[in-house]
Design a protein around this ligand. Structure first.
Ligand SMILES: Cc1cc2nc3c(=O)[nH]c(=O)nc-3n(C[C@H](O)[C@H](O)[C@H](O)COP(=O)(O)OP(=O)(O)OC[C@H]3O[C@@H](n4cnc5c(N)ncnc54)[C@H](O)[C@@H]3O)c2cc1C
Length: 452
């Protein structure tokens, strides 16, 4: 139910701040936990500062919403205490996620790489199914309401919105997201709210974002896409390699493999030695990963023998996009491109093979949080209990989703964190209320919560 203008200070059992992926899921889990036990649902308010729910969700997976991944496991997650995610993921992983969505009417499938999408291939289907279920659940939804401050009163909280109005709640869940793509609404305000209640932050950095490099090479091939393998080297050593479609841009590199490597670059460039990645980063692209360097050398020598009369600029035509072909040739020889292929020396052929196999780009940074899909960093997870998502600093306060210092790889892992952490927070609030109201835990929740 959408609450229009509210004047008096309404009271709720649970106030969820943030109507994004984790906030909406948390409200739905609270409802579901009540339903499976046939007890009245707590009064819930979902507060969203945008005029509509799930603005970021609509952008996910290029509008298709990659909502989880078959290969979800704790080692796909990062943060100062990355292991924090393990418990939530083990309780509510990808299978439970798909079951949850099936229950609310969404058909999904895994693609061949293990990514899960809605059958419709439209993120709007995911949002619609969540919205319809929220309406059926009786959750009160406040739109265009921004919470500016939270005051703890004992027991519970008073929330103040930007219009000076107040909302009272027994439990509060901060699900405000991080600071990436702030135009979607998640602009770091969750950090400020939690900071005011005594929590501390790991400085936010851009994650899943384009990488900036020296521009000389990339500018000359800007706009070209190529399937290749990109490796990230830190201080000369390969840290991680990713294959897929790489896009050259005026400022550097983009495309799925680059986005996947960008978190490590972001951390390394920030000067923090998180996950032992501080150092000087470099991206190395292998344009022919299916061949060894000596095979590429032989292939080039064979072409020299086959087409000796052609111009140098035609040497790689039929293999690479023309602009990329010429750029690679120019890094191997200073000869004019109008000279004949037969003039290429064995040394120049070897240099060309090396450019094709090990084309190096000096990394100068990553694009800012405005361009990023996720935030690295956030509220410190050692201040929240992993088994409940409950604050260890402020009673009855919970957090879930990207506001916490957990970031996942590209490929559905971040939304999975939103669902898993929301599930744990909702389950814990349900148990707390059970203890308060009935004096014991609910068996149904102890057993499975209805999703396993
Ligand atoms: C372009 C893009 C593509 C992405 N694609 C994928 C993908 O395919 N798969 C994947 O797993 N992840 C993807 N992500 C990441 C994923 O969307 C996020 O990790 C996820 O949405 C985080 O969920 P959340 O609920 O924590 O935060 P959000 O979804 O950001 O929701 C937070 C909500 O809180 C509201 N809010 C903030 N502060 C206040 C306040 N003070 N008062 C009231 N409301 C407030 C915001 O307006 C926002 O709606 C993508 C992100 C982007 C930007």
């Amino acid at each position: 139910m959408i609450v229009g203008n509210y004047a008096k200070s309404p009271e709720y059992d649970v106030a969820i701040i943030g109507g994004g992926a984790s906030g909406m899921a948390c409200a739905l889990f609270l409802f579901e936990f009540s339903k499976i036990r046939s007890v009245p649902c707590p009064s819930i308010v979902l507060i969203e500062k945008n005029p509509r729910l799930g603005k970021k969700l609509l952008l996910t997976g290029n509008g298709r919403c990659n909502l989880t991944n078959r290969t979800v496991s704790a080692d796909r997650y990062h943060g100062d205490h990355a292991d924090y995610a393990r418990y939530a993921l083990s309780e509510f992983g990808s299978d439970e996620t798909l079951k949850f969505f099936e229950k609310i009417g969404l058909q999904t499938f895994y693609d061949e790489s293990g990514k899960a999408f809605p059958e419709s291939l439209h993120a709007s289907s995911v949002l619609d199914c969540m919205r319809f279920k929220l309406e059926e659940s009786g959750t009160e939804i406040m739109l265009s309401v921004e919470i500016e401050s939270i005051k703890q009163v004992n027991p519970g909280f008073i929330l103040h919105d930007s219009e000076g109005r107040t909302i009272t709640a027994r439990y509060v869940v901060v699900a405000c997201g991080g600071a990436a793509s702030p135009f979607t609404g998640s602009d770091g305000s969750g950090y400020r709210l939690l900071d005011s209640l005594g929590h501390t932050m790991v400085a936010p950095l851009p994650g899943i974002v384009q990488i900036k490099t020296d521009t000389d090479f990339v500018k000359s091939v800007s706009g070209i896409k190529i399937t290749a393998t990109a490796s990230l080297l830190i201080d000369g050593a390969i840290v991680r390699s990713e294959s897929g479609e790489i896009l050259f841009t005026d400022f550097g590199l983009s495309g799925p493999p680059i986005l996947q490597l960008s978190g490590l670059v972001s951390r390394a460039m920030s000067g923090f030695s998180r996950e032992k990645t501080a150092g000087t980063p470099e991206i190395r692209i292998d344009f022919m990963s299916e061949k060894t360097e000596s095979e590429v050398c032989k292939m080039l020598r064979d072409r020299r023998d086959a087409f000796p009369q052609r111009k140098l600029e035609q040497m790689l035509v039929g293999i690479f996009h023309n602009r990329l072909a010429i750029r690679l040739l120019k890094s191997a020889t200073e000869k004019p491109m109008s000279m004949m292929i037969s003039t290429l020396s064995d040394n120049e052929i070897a240099r060309l093979a090396s450019s094709i196999k090990r084309c190096s780009f000096r990394v100068t940074g990553v694009m800012p949080l405005t361009n990023a899909q996720i935030t690295i960093g956030g509220v410190r997870t050692d201040e929240f209990e992993a088994e409940t998502m409950r604050s260890l600093i402020c009673d009855d306060l919970y957090a879930c989703g990207e506001v916490l210092d957990i970031d996942g790889d590209c490929g559905g892992y971040n939304l999975q964190w939103a669902w898993s952490s929301a599930y744990i927070a909702a389950r814990s609030i349900t148990r707390m209320r059970d203890r308060e109201i009935y004096g014991s835990d609910s068996e149904a929740i102890e057993n499975d919560g209805g999703y396993q």
